[in-house]
Design a protein around this ligand. Structure first.
Ligand code: DAH
Length: 362
């Protein structure tokens, strides 16, 4: 072996030893550039070939090419090995252990108003009430006239109505519905008796304090057939209130009242205890007003195209937010609509626990 090929053996041993020690992509690349790059040691030796005698060039050139191929091959193999190891490591770290319990996804919480609506839909659904809907923006006819509020009558004023600016074809201004009762009208206009429906949704009045907000929620109920009486109304309400508050001995007091759309009319109070500063339903000697109801007024039936000689029925209306406050203990109604996530976390309900009568509505 002449001196030059001997040098090559030394160079090879050195490069191979360093390649052996290189354990990452960057140091492998650095070694490749150092040996095989344009300015690299092997490339410099290649350039030297021109100065050699043809015989020397033949043996030395061949040896140089063998070394070059060996280095290229080794570097490629090592690089592939490192990439594979990296992929393995990544797969390991991302592996899913399907035997672990599921991670609870953060779905937010159910707003108490939605929860109570869900509960009420269950309760009245079990009693055969269908769910109806109506729009927030109503005609004056549906919100007032058909419900036996005479035009210009002062009873309209008790509702602190929000009127829309534009006038419709009849020269009337639409209103933000002041109660859910217009959905009674819509249902009677589109469907012949027997009718047994509830409706829930937003209602609007110009009012704001701890127990009033300009937007609030109501539930409305309506039954029209040829036989239903005030006694049926009473038994339905007692059953519903018991189911909602989940107490067996709820006391209800029906007080004579006046609504334009019912005759006779009553306000209903629920027995409660206010002694501890908080209102407790189901015990105590106090009373709290929770709903309005009555037998549907013959004028309302007439306005909705039904013959009052043939048909009769009852209706009721309740504040949903008020029901939520009473059951779940929120002191201030305005917090319901403040969009404060801390409040929601405190009072909100898990989306996994939708109410059903089998597992309890609360
Ligand atoms: N609409 C009434 C209100 O908002 C509540 C009400 C009372 C509804 C008696 C009824 C009813 O259906 O019969 O104050």
């Amino acid at each position: 072996m002449d001196a030059t090929t001997n040098d090559l053996t030394v160079l090879e041993r050195d490069l191979m030893a360093r390649l052996d020690a290189a354990n990452d992509e960057a140091s492998l690349e650095a070694l490749r550039v150092e040996a095989l790059g344009k300015q690299g040691s092997i490339s410099a030796l290649m350039r030297n070939l021109g100065t050699m005698s043809p015989d020397e060039r033949k043996t030395y050139g061949a040896a140089l090419n063998v070394l070059k191929d060996k280095l290229t091959e080794t570097i490629l193999t090592k690089k592939a090995g490192i990439a594979e190891a990296e992929l393995d490591r990544q797969l390991q770290s991302e592996a899913v252990d399907v035997t672990l319990p599921p991670v609870k996804p953060r779905l937010g919480t159910i707003h108490p108003v939605s929860q109570v609506m869900e509960e009420l839909a269950q309760i009245f659904g079990e009693m055969g009430f269908a769910l109806e809907e109506g729009p927030d923006i109503e005609t004056d006819f549906n919100n007032f006239t058909a419900l036996n509020f005479p035009p210009k009558h002062p009873a309209r004023e008790t509702h602190d109505t929000f009127f829309m600016n534009a006038r419709d074809e009849k020269g009337e201004r639409k209103v933000l519905r002041t109660h859910t009762s217009p959905v009674q009208v819509r249902t009677m206009l589109k469907q012949k008796p027997p009718i047994r429906m509830i409706c829930m949704g937003r209602t609007f009045r110009k009012d704001s304090d701890a127990t009033h907000t300009p937007m609030f929620h109501q539930i409305e109920g309506l039954v029209i057939d040829e036989t239903s009486t005030m006694a049926d109304l009473k038994s339905v309400l007692i059953a519903a209130i018991k189911a909602y508050f989940e107490v067996d001995d709820v006391r209800l007091r029906f007080r004579p009242h006046h609504f334009p759309f019912t005759e006779p009319s009553a306000e209903v109070d629920v027995g409660c205890d206010r002694s501890g500063g908080q209102i407790k339903i189901g015990t105590g000697e106090d009373w709290l007003e929770i709903l309005g109801c009555g037998m549907v007024h013959p004028n309302v039936l007439k306005q909705c195209g039904l013959d009052p000689e043939k048909y009769q029925g009852y209706a009721f209306g309740m504040g949903i937010d008020r029901l939520a406050m009473l059951k779940y203990g929120m002191p201030d109604l305005r917090d319901f609509f403040a969009a404060d996530t801390r409040w929601l976390k405190h009072y909100g309900f898990s989306p996994y626990l939708l109410p059903g009568l089998a597992q309890g509505v609360g």
